[in-house]
Each structure stands twice: as structure tokens, then as C-alpha cells.
Design a protein around this ligand. Structure first.
Ligand code: 5BU
Length: 265
């Protein structure tokens, strides 16, 4: 299916190159799933690509939680992800001033050289987005920033007035790919979508086919309801990587999210 037909108004208004790339990958895979690949070994991560790569559009990583990380093993993992037509999204949650965020894109992990997307808090002000974009620019690559407008965990401090300020500032910035919204609460997502309009993505963690409370304050909402409320990508971790049969679960999340997109459009 053509991306324009599947995404409707979002395709027309969300013109950032990385957003268009994502929407096309999602169409090829018929999946709005970003797998939160929270495995702590390189073998575990590579296995996930083999098992579920065909059912997901992006991989979300936490590069600093891997026990046996090495630059060579990571480079291999990233090429494997590219071959499987997956965007790579490092959920680094940058939060420092612009100049330091730029430097943090380099360093041991060299996030700027392999990430297509990263997350950032706007707590330090809007220059963080320029810093992160400068980081990609330093290695002549393009990338997009997802700003945390909401979080899925209980008791978080991203209150509605803070969300409004993040949306107002981020919506105007071409380096902002979109916003993280709370996938566990469709009503919060509906109101976030109203504020954001159609020109930016909303990606949502806190999604699971088994809704309710998760470990350590995590909360889960239903994938279909998240997409109908305005989410453009459901971020699913343990629902897939801890399942007995990850491929079967990934397929189910892909179908739920893709059918909901078609229903929404
Ligand atoms: P889970 O296993 O589906 O609960 O994994 C959720 C992932 O999304 C995990 O990697 C978190 O770091 C990430 N996450 C989240 O759960 N909630 C948030 O608000 C943000 C990220 Br931002």
C-alpha cells in the first residue's frame, strides 16, 4: 500500500525526511511497531532481529544496558538492522545543555553515527535540539529528535502545563521529529494529538495487549486504542521480547497497529 493512502493527512503534513522514511517503512512492513529491544547481550539483540525483524518498523535501543557491548559487535548489529529495513532509535533521553548534548552524541557509543532517532527532555530549554542536530551534522548524517511530552510511568512529573510548553516549543522546530506520548492513557493521547496537530509524529511506550500495571510503575494501554487516539507508532518491549514466541506476538502487535491506522485514516 502507498504511504500516502495509508497515512492520509499525516503524510501530507509531516514532511520531515525522517518522518517520511518511517511512514514508508511502516507501509512496507504493515506495522507501526517499534520494538523496545531491551535485551542485555549482543546475542539476545541479534536473535530478536532474526525472530521479529520482519514484523517491526523500528528498533529502540538502550545502548548503555548491554553487558558485552563492543564497537565491532554494535556495528554488526546496526548493519543487521539496516538489512532488515529497521530504523534505529536510541532512547537516550538526553537532557543537558545544547553543547554538551552535541558532545554526548559522540563519545564511546558514538550515537550520532548509527541512530536515526533519539529521545530528549526539553527541561534544559530548546537548544538541546540544536545540539543533537549538530551532533548528526558532525558526521554528515540526518536524524530526528523525539521530545518527551508525556511519559508512561506512574507519578511522572510531566504535568499538562509542561506538556503544553514542550509541544509549543517543539512543534516549531524542524529538528523535532515528534513527541513521546503516554500509550497507557488514550484520553491523554487524544488531548496531546489535539495540541500537536498533524505535522509531527507521536510515538507511544506503555503499550501491551495485556493492559494494566506493569513492573515498577510501568502502565500499559491497548495498541489499537493508542493508534486511534493519535499515536503513529507503538513502542512495545516485554510484550514481544519476553513472550514465549516473540514472532507470534510481534505479528499480533503489527496487525493491531496497522489495522488501527487504516481504521483511523
Ligand atoms: P516495556 O517492556 O514495553 O514496558 O518497555 C518499554 C520501553 O519504553 C522501555 O525501553 C522504556 O525505557 C521505554 N519508555 C517507557 O516505557 N516509558 C516512557 O515514558 C519512555 C520510554 Br519516554
Amino acid at each position: 500500500m502507498q504511504a500516502e493512502a495509508a497515512w492520509g493527512v499525516r503524510w501530507h503534513q509531516c514532511t520531515l525526511p525522517m518522518a517520511r522514511t518511517y511512514m514508508e517503512v511502516a507501509c512496507r512492513k504493515q506495522s507501526l511497531v517499534c520494538l523496545a529491544a531491551d535485551r542485555s547481550t549482543m546475542a539476545g539483540l541479534n536473535q530478536l532481529i532474526d525472530e521479529v525483524g520482519q514484523y517491526v518498523a523500528a528498533l529502540k535501543t538502550h545502548v548503555d544496558l548491554i553487558d558485552d557491548w563492543s564497537p565491532e559487535a554494535w556495528a554488526e548489529f546496526c548493519s543487521k538492522a539496516q538489512e532488515a529495513d529497521l530504523l534505529i532509535f536510541e532512547d537516550r533521553k538526553f537532557a543537558d545543555i545544547g553543547g554538551i548534548s552535541r558532545k554526548q552524541m559522540a563519545g564511546v557509543y558514538d550515537i550520532r553515527s548509527w541512530s536515526d532517532l533519539v529521545t530528549a527532555h526539553l527541561i534544559s530549554g530548546p537548544d538541546i535540539v540544536d545540539g543533537l542536530q549538530a551532533g548528526w551534522g558532525d558526521v554528515h548524517r540526518n536524524g530526528g529528535v523525539l521530545l518527551l511530552a508525556q511519559m508512561s510511568s506512574r507519578g511522572n512529573l510531566l504535568h499538562p502545563d509542561y506538556t503544553d510548553k514542550v509541544v509549543a516549543s517543539g512543534s516549531a522546530h524542524p529538528g523535532v521529529f515528534g513527541f513521546i506520548g503516554n500509550g497507557s492513557r488514550p484520553e491523554e493521547l487524544t488531548s496531546l494529538r489535539e495540541k500537536v496537530g498533524d505535522s509531527k509524529m507521536i510515538w507511544t511506550p506503555g503499550v501491551n495487549l495485556a493492559v494494566g500495571d506493569g513492573e515498577m510503575g510501568q502502565r500499559y494501554g491497548d495498541p489499537r486504542l493508542a493508534v486511534l487516539a493519535g499515536s503513529d507508532c507503538i513502542i512495545v518491549g516485554s510484550g514481544i521480547h519476553k513472550a514465549e514466541r516473540p514472532a507470534g506476538q510481534a505479528k499480533a502487535y503489527a496487525a493491531a497497529s496497522w489495522n488501527a491506522l487504516l481504521e483511523r485514516t
